[in-house]
Design a protein around this ligand. Structure first.
Ligand SMILES: C[S@@+](CC[C@H](N)C(=O)[O-])C[C@H]1O[C@@H](n2cnc3c(N)ncnc32)[C@H](O)[C@@H]1O
Length: 430
């Protein structure tokens, strides 16, 4: 008979298997955790997401404990080892329970021989404790340390170390390995002192430097939203909304709007402004519709490929482009393993096509804001520089003034996601 804690492990193991087969962690989790109680769902998510996020840290140790190289192991066995070792090293679950429950969870999927191997490797890991030598030393070999202990792909670590100081990259990597805090953007324009008291009494704490943001310190986001008129949003995304909103004129096209976090912020910042929320994915546009219904917003929804827009001319465009997402790796445990240099290159080509098509829609004097949740210069400042070189009819908004700057939110500075945005003003004709 399966013990009470086997169900979350079976579900977590299913997510690990799905992700190893190419599925997205969040979609797999949505299916596999559906039938679980909320307590089991929390445990399953912690184990699955944690083991995926820290895959390289776990593999560095498993390579020591397994007699055969990891690439020679049956992938089912390797995922079981990751799930087991994650519990032993990264949680307070007693090691014997972690091993037994993991073996129980994979019973129907692996042979008796494979279970023997899993048992032997995990017991050895438990007995011998963590050998920190396998991770190397941060100062002597930062690439090795940050790609094994830090559990990030080597090519990403290398490109970040070429750009930023070691301490910053270390903090970025650590930030990516921590699940994000839950934060809300308040949608109502004004709040009295009484309103703040009420929010604070409900466990919502103000976030310094973000007058519209609060952090949920107790209870669930759903509870929080029963006292606050708000959406869940990271401070980085919220900063992009504020950056776009400043002195915004006329109708706005949000060309890549789904799931609609920024659309909601923009709509509520100025409900009288006509706002078109477009996205190429109809399924994802449904999420914008749901968010609009939940907050009482009424943007026009348009399913379109923004490379071939179904809109002719507009005063302002927000192009929140599809990107590598290196600023939001902490939200997507599998994203770091999915990304490759080739994928990055093909995203840049898509971003270039999108910015060209969006720029052609903006009326003279109007504003195009290009944004990503990437930290990579090819997708950010280099893309904007290339665009400006090809388009003398555009300039950075407020050039030469203090505000004529791109927005770049560094995730390691304020426990946030990363974000980039650039306001590009189309010159008036003549
Ligand atoms: C970074 S997300 C946008 C996030 C959104 N602005 C928000 O704040 O919730 C990028 C979006 O671009 C959409 N997309 C990708 N290619 C597109 C295209 N060619 N035309 C329009 N939308 C596209 C994706 O479906 C995705 O929803």
């Amino acid at each position: 008979m399966a013990g009470p804690d086997v169900a979350p492990r079976i579900a977590a193991f299913g997510v690990l298997r799905d992700v190893s087969a190419g599925a997205y962690a969040d979609r797999s989790a949505a299916d596999r955790f559906e039938h679980l109680s909320s307590r089991d769902r929390r445990l399953a998510q912690r184990l699955a997401y944690g083991a995926i996020r820290l895959r390289a840290r776990l593999d560095a140790e498993l390579s020591e404990f397994s007699k055969r190289p990891l690439y020679e192991l049956d992938p089912v066995v390797l995922d079981a080892l990751r799930l087991g070792l994650y519990q032993i090293r990264e949680t307070r679950i007693p090691a014997h329970a972690a091993v037994n429950e993991t073996l129980e969870a994979v019973r129907s999927l692996v042979s008796a021989g494979a279970r023997g191997l899993i048992n032997a490797v995990l017991r050895r890991a438990e007995r011998e404790g963590r050998n920190t030598g396998v991770f190397g030393n941060l100062d002597e070999d930062p690439v090795r340390y940050l790609s094994t202990w830090g559990s990030h792909p080597e090519w990403l670590v290398r490109r970040w170390l070429d750009r930023w100081p070691l301490a910053a990259v270390q903090r970025l990597v650590e930030n990516d390995n921590r699940p994000p805090r839950v934060t809300l953007r308040l949608l109502d324009a004004r709040r009295s002192a009484d309103d703040w008291d009420r929010l604070e009494a409900a466990g919502l704490e103000r976030i310094e430097g973000h007058p519209r943001m609060v952090q949920v310190t107790s209870g669930s986001p759903r509870d929080a939203m029963s006292v606050a008129f708000a959406i869940t949003q990271d401070p980085a995304a919220s900063s992009v909304v504020d950056y776009v909103s400043e002195d915004l004129e006329g109708p706005l096209l949000d060309a890549c709007a789904a799931p609609g976090g920024k659309t909601m912020g923009l709509w509520h910042a100025s409900p009288a402004r006509p706002l078109i929320a477009a996205d190429v994915s109809v399924d994802r546009l449904v999420k914008v519709k749901e968010a609009a219904a939940a907050t009482g917003a009424a943007p026009y929804l348009v399913a379109m490929d923004a490379r071939f827009p179904a809109v002719r001319a507009v005063r302002s465009v927000l192009l929140d482009a599809p990107c590598s997402g290196t600023g939001v790796l902490r939200r997507r445990p599998d994203a770091r393993w999915r990304l490759t240099p080739d994928r990055l290159e093909s995203l840049v080509a898509l971003q270039e096509a999108l910015i060209e098509a969006s720029a052609a829609l903006v009326e003279p004097g109007g504003l195009l804001t290009y944004a990503t949740c990437s930290l990579e210069p090819e997708e950010n400042e280099q893309l904007v520089e290339g665009f400006l070189a090809r388009h003398p009819e555009y300039r950075r908004d407020g050039e030469g003034e203090a505000q004529g700057r791109d927005l770049f939110v560094k995730p390691w500075e304020h426990d946030s996601d990363g974000a980039f945005a650039s306001r590009l003003r189309r010159r008036r004709a003549g």
